[in-house]
Design a binder for this molecule. Structure first.
Ligand code: HEM
Length: 588
């Protein structure tokens, strides 16, 4: 994935973008030359050894020159003849509540609750004695509360960047989030106590439909004009399948409202999981994956024809899989899973070089190179999980009985944790810092999180299968939950710290380090710009704004300077400047 792509302005081609408070003086003066006189009036100097205007955001400029920000923005807007976008900073954080809610839900009602279930299964030595309603509650919390919310979060922030369409409104995002939260929390409470809260069944199911329609609306608006692209078609399909999934959920919750999911048939439970995993999630992953994975894998071009073929095969397979739940079409069993597996093989081939070795990335902004391993492992489990699914379906068709619970559970875990969760963990640790224009808080956690999720998932799949022939495997199985839960906790900590980082050392100590963000430094000390240009850091003179995630160390290295020496030189200047500022203060 290319950071420059993320930085592209979010306006349709030909339209002049609105003015935003985080734009730099140089950027506004270059895009709207009529604004120059406004800056000159407030004291921006002319005749510097570079283009007109500092790399200072408008809000800092206003504060430094003692002008109320809205007055400055109004004046610039009138001079430029374009409106002001007051919501831009909030919109850049639009994904955060979705991701934060997804993390909370997976740690509590999802994986947290799943760990308790696994402990009970282990004690009882059988899968059949845990209440079905408790298992459904866990599955629904994971699929709607973790996977769907995560995908929606990525969609609200990333789609407008990828399509250059206007961002979804704040109310649209809030509507989707609150609908899904009502659907998940209401559904969980209803599953555990359907007699007391029978009304919560249809109500929570209805909320899921509203959330899904909100996502469909978002996809339609964002993808207008992109229908023909292979990735756009997958995302549209994911939104349509999500509506089907929500309607199926609503129907089941309404029909069984006084009794709860305990009375769901095996076929109905399977269908809900299939609609979620293959209909919604896999289409979304295939769609967003085409835009994001080649960058993450540091790979080259992809094969769009393969993706086109995957779309047809995959969606035909999902439709066939759903139809086999009808009594009169049971003979079609196996057709759906084989078609979906064939689609996955083509998708992997389309990604070109997925399993090749990558070279290390030296820049922190490019993200840890190790993240590619998550993608490789995830697709390995996708292929394994689909092979197990197809083999189970075929064996079932030949023998006339469905595979045992442990086999189905292991297959499902290979797909939900081995594939989907591993992929989410890998992509999130790269994409979320880019969307927030920041760096991953603790890159050193990337490898331990990977090892924990990889070991936990492998242990679960193997021990769950082993229970079929070797009962002591029941006692080993819960250790897998400890490993997976630890991975999710560390991942959540890394993401939360990335969203809400500690103060930069510049703000705490007044000194810079190699990890100091150049944009912060120049916003805080615009006078430094001319020094850096004179030293030969020509990049600073060339650009109109600095990517928020660019660090001082990377800037220096990129310009052929020694990062340590550059940091030391800047600290000397900052020390001198701070001392002279203090002296000025006292003499005033
Ligand atoms: C610490 C991690 C997890 C633990 C301990 C756990 C535990 C369990 C257990 C004990 C079951 C029932 C037994 C079986 O079928 O194997 C189950 C089912 C299920 N799990 Fe998980 N799970 C975890 C993570 C996840 C994740 C991340 C997802 C989805 C992204 C997920 C989705 C499901 C689904 C869909 C079902 C089937 C629900 C149904 O039959 O209606 N689980 N899980």
């Amino acid at each position: 994935m290319d950071e420059r792509e993320i930085d592209r302005p979010t306006v349709a081609a030909g339209k002049r973008p609105p003015i935003r408070s985080e734009m730099t003086v140089r950027q506004v003066a270059a895009d709207y030359p009529a604004c120059r006189k406004v800056f000159l009036r407030y004291g921006e100097p002319e005749g510097r050894p570079t283009k007109f205007g500092h790399l200072e955001p408008l809000d800092r400029f206003a504060r430094r020159h003692g002008v109320p920000l809205n007055v400055l923005l109004d004046e610039l807007s009138r001079a430029a003849g374009v409106p002001v976008d007051y919501d831009s900073a909030a919109a850049r954080r639009a994904h955060r509540p979705f991701v934060a809610a997804a993390l909370l839900l997976t740690l509590s009602l999802g994986a947290g609750w799943g760990t308790l279930l696994l402990a009970r299964i282990s004690r009882q030595g059988t899968f059949t004695r845990v209440p079905a309603a408790h298992v459904v509650a866990h599955g629904e919390a994971q699929l709607w509360g973790f996977v769907a919310l995560f995908v929606m979060g990525v969609a609200v922030s990333y789609l407008p960047v990828a399509t250059a369409r206007p961002r979804p409104g704040r109310w649209h995002a809030r509507f989707m989030l609150s609908s899904i939260l009502t659907g998940v929390l209401g559904g969980f409470a209803w599953s555990l106590a359907p007699q007391q809260w029978s009304w919560l069944g249809p109500l929570s199911g209805g909320a899921l439909i509203l959330g899904a329609v909100g996502y469909l609306f978002l996809a339609v608006r964002q993808l207008a004009g992109k229908w023909r692209t292979p990735w756009g078609r997958f995302i549209m399909a994911s939104a349509l399948w999500m509506v089907v999934w929500a309607v199926a959920d609503f129907k089941l919750r309404s029909e069984t409202s006084p009794k709860g999911p305990a009375v769901y048939s095996q076929g109905a439970r399977l269908m809900l999981v299939e609609l979620a995993v293959f209909g919604f999630a896999l289409n979304a992953i295939y769609g967003f994956g085409q835009k994001l994975l080649p960058g993450l894998l540091r790979g080259g071009s992809t094969r769009p024809r393969m993706f086109d073929a995957t779309w047809v095969l995959h969606n035909a397979g999902v439709s066939a899989l759903c139809l086999t739940h009808r009594a009169d079409l049971k003979s079609m069993v196996g057709l759906g899973s084989i078609t979906i597996a064939a689609g996955a093989v083509l998708y992997v081939a389309g990604l070109r070089g997925l399993f090749q070795r990558r070279r290390a990335a030296p820049r922190p902004e490019a993200g840890p190179d190790f993240l590619a391993r998550y993608i490789q492992l995830a697709f390995f489990w996708l292929l394994v999980g689909l092979a197990m699914l197809a083999a189970g379906d075929l064996a079932g068709a030949v023998r006339g009985v469905s595979p045992p619970q442990a086999y189905l559970g292991a297959t499902r875990h290979a797909l939900t944790v081995g594939f989907m969760t591993t992929l989410i963990l890998g992509v999130a640790q790269r994409l979320l810092p880019i969307l927030g224009h920041s760096l991953l808080a603790w890159p050193r956690l990337v490898a331990p999180i990977f090892l924990l999720i990889a070991a936990g998932n492998a242990l679960r799949v193997v021990t769950e299968l082993a229970t079929l022939a070797w009962p002591p495997a029941f006692r080993i199985m819960p250790f897998s939950a400890v490993l997976e839960l630890s991975a999710l906790c560390l991942f959540a900590a890394n993401i939360v710290r990335t969203f809400w980082p500690p103060l930069d050392s510049l703000h705490r100590t007044g000194r810079v380090t190699a990890r100091t963000h150049v944009a912060n430094l120049l916003a805080e000390h615009p006078w430094l710009e001319d020094h850096l240009i004179v030293w030969g850091l020509r990049y600073i003179g060339r650009v109109r704004s600095v990517p928020a995630e660019l660090t001082l160390g990377s800037l220096a290295a990129g310009e052929g300077f020694d990062p340590e020496t550059t940091v030391a030189r800047i600290n000397v200047l900052l020390g001198g400047n701070t001392a002279s500022e203090k002296k000025n203060e006292t003499s005033r």
